[in-house]
Design a protein around this ligand. Structure first.
Ligand SMILES: Nc1ncnc2c1ncn2[C@@H]1O[C@H](COP(=O)(O)OP(=O)(O)OP(=O)(O)O)[C@@H](O)[C@H]1O
Ligand SMILES: [Mg+2]
Length: 437
């Protein structure tokens, strides 16, 4: 039946007030399927495409959420779906949970453990002009993490001289043991270059040398204390650095920094699969670098600064970084000045324009409002988001997205299997007379 009313024309801005059930359109069908936009249809996302289209100024992502909300599951399935586009992924895996993903890809994770068979050299050269500067920055960050404070200018100078000495004695391939040796026993030439004597230079670098010695001779030896083990397939579609053997170590942050440093150094110098396959010349490689449980490295201000600088640089290598955190207050390191904590958090977030926020405790919501511009309505939703559902803030736009898992992916992401096994295992429920239920 025809209503007989004249058509009414209105702008979309005015219509929004009259008819509020309108939602922000997605980014078009282009990109990787993530799941369901709870206010619309299918949700797709691709940081590389959005960067190329100028929607984003960087391709980095931060994933935040309480324990067990599905952060790592999202990352794993996102990497898996990116593989279809030929993208390579590198993962720092402190809990050792990316093994099933690696196996699905047909690769073995690199298992790092004290005294194990895989060694990585975080001082591997980048092959770039500023290689030495970047190595010094890394040493300062590592030193700050080892000493749990910023380096003094004297310690910074001692580290730089030790790096040069280690490089000179190893055909430009410095290693951590070389640096530690040069810190503890500096040369006359090194001391002379800064107009001091050997005894003074020894004192300048001694605390740093003794702390870093743990990586070489102490409980943490055998992972980052030599040249990189041969035979690591850098062109593999997925490289996983499994650090689960040291997950409960108080030095986890130092070790994750070493792993991430090796990864970024190698990434900037190694060819990509597309390079080797390209006929028309080099194609910009596209890679995803994930630091899961990134709170462990971001809780140290020196390391967080270094990571931020290395994120900035990685854009030129076609890398999209992903950091996984529990809450934004992870970005606020203990013992640092308040304003610097906030600016560090803001800096890292402004270098990662895609923020994916899973459920947060009410106490964390204020930090979300302050640091990532969550609106009052979104803030009310955050504590109530169920597992697998997240608020996506992409540039200036917001989406509530349910991440959907495929059947094959469910096997890859299941981190609750052990919880279920304990709950259902006969041994877990002994009956009073000693028989199992
Ligand atoms: N979108 C989803 N749909 C259904 N189940 C999911 C979804 N995402 C995650 N899960 C399940 O939830 C469990 C926990 O997920 P996951 O390990 O990804 O959480 P997390 O946020 O990374 O936890 P943690 O903070 O402990 O690292 C997994 O067993 C996984 O199978
Ligand atoms: Mg996780």
């Amino acid at each position: 039946m025809k209503a007989g009313l004249p058509a009414h024309e209105v702008t979309t801005a005015h219509l929004g007030a009259a008819y509020p059930f309108m939602v922000c359109p997605g980014f078009g069908g282009e990109g990787i399927y993530i799941g369901r936009d709870l206010l619309g249809g299918a949700f797709t996302f691709d940081p590389f495409i959005l960067y190329t289209r100028g929607v984003l100024t960087n391709a980095n992502m931060v994933v935040i959420g309480q324990i067990g909300r599905g952060k790592s599951s999202f990352v794993k399935s996102f990497l898996w779906r990116n593989a279809v586009f030929g993208r390579q992924a590198w993962v720092v895996d402190p809990k050792g949970e990316y093994g099933p993903l690696a196996h699905a890809w047909g690769v073995e994770p690199l298992i790092l453990r004290p005294g194990g068979s895989v060694r990585l050299n975080p001082l591997d050269g980048t092959g770039m002009e500023d290689s030495e500067r970047r190595q010094v920055e890394l040493l300062s960050a590592l030193g700050a993490a080892c000493l749990r404070r910023d380096l003094l200018p004297t310690e910074h100078a001692a580290a730089q001289l030790a790096l040069r000495a280690a490089a000179a004695s190893s055909m430009n391939r410095p290693t951590i043991p070389g640096v530690v040796a040069a810190l503890l026993a500096p040369s006359v030439e090194a001391a002379r270059s800064i107009h001091t004597d050997v005894d003074t230079l020894t004192v300048m670098g001694r605390d740093l040398g003794l702390e870093m010695r743990r990586l070489v001779e102490g409980d943490l030896r055998g992972m980052f204390d030599g040249e990189t083990s041969p035979g690591i397939d850098l062109l593999s579609p997925l490289v996983v650095l499994d650090l689960s053997a040291v997950y409960s170590s108080p030095a986890l942050g130092v070790l994750m920094t070493c792993a991430t440093a090796w990864l970024t150094a190698v990434l900037s110098s190694c060819p990509s699969r597309s390079d080797s396959e390209s006929v028309a010349g080099p194609v910009a490689p596209q890679r995803l670098v994930v630091v899961d449980e990134a709170w462990a490295i971001l809780s140290n201000l020196g390391v967080a600064r270094w990571l931020q600088a290395s994120w900035k640089l990685s854009r030129s290598f076609g890398v999209a970084n992903m950091a996984v955190l529990h809450r934004l207050s992870d970005l606020r390191s203990a013992g640092a000045a308040g304003s610097e904590q906030v600016s560090l958090a803001q800096g890292l977030l402004s270098d990662s324009e895609t923020r994916i926020v899973y459920a947060q405790s009410p106490g964390e919501v204020e930090a979300c409002r302050e640091l990532i511009g969550v609106t009052a309505t979104e803030a009310g939703l955050l504590p109530r988001l169920r597992r697998g559902v997240a608020l996506w803030k992409i540039g200036g736009r917001s989406f509530i997205v349910e991440h959907r898992l495929g059947r094959a992916e469910e096997q890859i992401v299941d981190t609750d299997a052990r919880m279920r096994a304990v709950a259902t295992s006969p041994a877990a429920h002994p009956v009073p007379d000693g028989r199992s239920e």
